[in-house]
Design a protein around this ligand. Structure first.
Ligand SMILES: C[S@@+](CC[C@H](N)C(=O)[O-])C[C@H]1O[C@@H](n2cnc3c(N)ncnc32)[C@H](O)[C@@H]1O
Length: 387
């Protein structure tokens, strides 16, 4: 219900003028109904409520082992600890515990996207959930965004991108291997329960695409530096390019190519280390094991056409560009050289070329084929742990 407080938020009563109160009450009269919250549709509807036929359910045993089942009336899930009847789950709420005929309890939940991605069939290596989360955050993927992605690989990152852009956004994915594209299509359709309305998947090399008007470009491929002209042509001014690379040499090459290209502002690179914690009474400590390395992320903003990147106000380290092996004082930081950082000279590291898109007619004109993989809501691809 609308009240004076709810429509003049953040204001003290003394600071509100009578006119403002009248205006607020005209727009939102007390007692007027708040706009109705639309009922859940699509993924939101499928992820709520009691388990129904066709639902994917993750059963976790007391040792934390996970098994995925797709519910079918009359079917059973068999383990060496006895069977669990699907009928015991159908119609029940998420979060119940069912027991096998061998008396082993299993916690029953719908798998999260992170669970799904780690269990789904793979063609290429997937982007892990921690990196997918950072990509969605740091590449600033927003609802309704138009995103260009390559390569789609197994479709793991595509699932996160599709969730973030939503049904009114657009994700255009390129994958040059048709076998990987087929795996990705199946995984995406399994996760979303059918084709996602915002997804277009093409088999082909991103370098040959002629996409334009994209808010974001996300690259997970061996040589992102080879497709920077395509990415620059695709991105709107101010758009974000985000590349995920596995090695330091790829990272260096990508960043130098971004600088040299001229259509991008200074790149930002980082990695994410995720360490789980062991929680047991007073024995609360980091886990002994962790995934030490997955990849690096690089982001850079697209400049407006005709604008050159401002020169970097940083002296390049001697040897950084291969001219000598002797590390300079700068290589260990300006303070170490006895020189304050503000003394740094203006030295552009790359001769900027006129910014702007590569002419589209230099890109291959061949239209890539849209994948026609049949919708298979039961997920033709069965996760390794599925029954
Ligand atoms: C590591 S995999 C991508 C994994 C994917 N992001 C995921 O999360 O499942 C890299 C993929 O990029 C594809 N690829 C490499 N260069 C490409 C290009 N120029 N255009 C399109 N796809 C490309 C490869 O075939 C490979 O499938």
């Amino acid at each position: 219900m609308a009240t004076r407080d709810s429509h003049l938020p953040g204001r003290t009563p003394e600071s509100v003028t009578p006119d403002e109160i009248d205006r607020a009450l005209d727009e939102h009269p007390e007692g007027a109904a708040e706009p109705a919250i639309p009922p859940a549709t699509g993924e939101a509807a499928r992820r709520r409520g009691p388990f129904t036929k066709g639902d994917r359910v993750q059963l976790t045993d007391p040792k934390g082992r996970k098994h995925t089942v797709v519910l079918e009336p009359g079917k059973q899930f068999h383990t060496h600890r006895g069977a669990v009847a699907h009928d015991e789950l159908l119609g029940q709420p998420e979060g119940i515990v069912v027991s096998s005929t061998g008396k082993t309890p299993y916690l029953a939940l719908r798998p999260l996207l992170a669970d799904f991605v780690l269990a789904m069939p793979r063609g290429a290596a997937v982007v892990y959930p921690k990196d997918a989360a950072m990509i969605v955050g740091y590449a600033d993927i927003f609802p309704g965004a138009r995103v260009l992605e390559a390569g789609v690989g197994s479709g793991a990152l595509a699932c996160s991108l599709l969730r973030a852009v939503g049904e009114r956004g657009l994700l255009v994915s390129y994958e040059r291997r048709d076998d990987f594209a087929a795996v990705a299509q199946r995984n995406i359709e399994t996760f979303f329960g059918g084709p996602h309305p915002a997804h277009r998947l093409y088999v082909g090399d991103l370098a040959e695409s002629t996409e334009t008007d994209m808010d974001r470009v996300v690259l997970d491929m061996l040589a992102p530096w080879e497709v920077l002209p395509t990415a620059a042509a695709a991105l709107v001014a101010g758009g974000v390019l985000c590349a995920y690379v596995a090695t330091a040499t790829q990272l260096s090459r990508t960043c130098e190519a971004l600088r040299e290209h001229g259509a991008f502002a200074e790149p930002h690179a980082f990695e994410t280390m995720l360490r789980d914690w062991h929680l047991d009474g007073l024995a609360v400590r980091p886990e002994h094991r962790m995934v030490g390395h997955t990849g690096f992320l690089v982001t850079a903003r697209r400049l407006a056409d005709g604008v050159t990147a401002p020169p970097r106000r940083r002296r390049p380290a001697k040897g950084a560009h291969g001219e000598t092996d002797t590390p300079s004082a700068d290589a260990v930081g300006p303070e170490a050289s006895g020189q304050p950082a503000t003394d740094a000279v203006d030295t552009p590291t790359a001769a900027p070329r006129p910014a702007g898109a590569e002419p589209l007619d230099t890109l291959a004109a061949s239209a890539p084929a849209v994948i026609q993989a049949a919708a298979d809501s039961d997920g033709g691809g069965t996760p390794a742990t599925a029954e």
